[in-house]
Write a protein that binds this ligand. Structure first.
Ligand code: SAM
Length: 237
């Protein structure tokens, strides 16, 4: 995995800007992920080469559309740590919070962060729609990020409340997400955001194209949001 990650970071144009030990640390993370995946449902991707590309390099591509050095980021619905954990390894000065509603995954992530000797990283068990109402977390982050969690219209209500005015929500989606983005526009506006741009990229060593939707937080989110999950789902903004 390490070699594939190293060359993939080069293809993404990141070779000189990430720590020298990051390919080996990401490979170690991938190994521990596959080992734990035998006893806990963490990922559907089971080949080491695919973990290297479809997990590690996919997340690394975010560095080409956002300046993360010295900033804070919350990864909403992090699952097995994506994208927050690879970003933390690639940008050690980034303060990362990994949030998930499944405590078993959060407990494993806490162990993993210790094993990888990472600091300035926090693991948090909770539902985003509840955590987003907590004063300690609300509008406290430069960035929120999410991959494979929910439709963008719903996801914006889970993520934008965490973002400071002037910060960004990075939504990782597929290249065919144009209609999903259009359907989310009124939610984005209601929550105090504005779609800044979409960034398409090819994941190194694959023919897979993914897209990041960058949403800028331009105004405070009303205290009304986020609502309870049933409301978010049944009456989307
Ligand atoms: N982001 C990871 C990735 O790309 O591999 C995990 C994706 S997994 C399909 C979705 C994750 O989101 C699950 O771990 C689930 O527990 C979490 N999740 C779903 N709804 C959530 C919510 N409202 N608040 C917090 N976590 C949530």
């Amino acid at each position: 995995m390490e070699e594939l990650i190293y060359s993939g970071l080069g293809k993404l144009g990141l070779a000189g800007s990430v720590p020298e030990n990051s390919p080996s640390l990401l490979a170690r993370y991938g190994e521990l992920l596959l080992e734990k995946n035998k006893v806990m449902n963490l990922t559907a991707i089971t080949e080491p080469e695919d973990v290297a590309s479809l997990h590690m390099l996919d997340c690394a591509a975010l560095l080409n559309c956002a300046q993360l050095e010295g900033k804070s980021l919350i990864d909403v619905g992090t699952g097995a740590g994506f994208p927050g954990l690879p970003l933390k390894i690639l940008v050690p000065s980034l303060e990362v919070t990994l949030l998930d509603s499944l405590n078993k995954r959060i407990e494993w992530l806490a162990e993993l962060c210790k094993a990888l000797e990472l600091d300035k990283i926090r693991t948090l068990h909770g539902r985003a729609e509840e955590a987003g109402q907590s004063p300690a977390l609300r509008e406290q982050f430069d960035f929120a990020a999410a991959r494979a969690v929910a439709d963008l219209r719903l996801l914006c209500e889970l993520c934008l409340p965490f973002v400071k005015v002037g910060g960004h929500f990075l939504a990782m989606k597929g290249p065919d997400s144009g209609e999903e983005v259009r359907r989310a526009l009124s939610a984005v506006e209601t929550l105090g955001g504005q779609v800044e741009r979409c960034y398409d990229y090819q994941i190194p060593h694959t023919d897979v194209t993914h897209r990041v939707i960058l949403i800028e937080k331009t105004a405070h989110t009303s205290d009304k949001y986020p609502r309870r999950w049933a409301k978010i789902q049944n009456a989307p903004l």
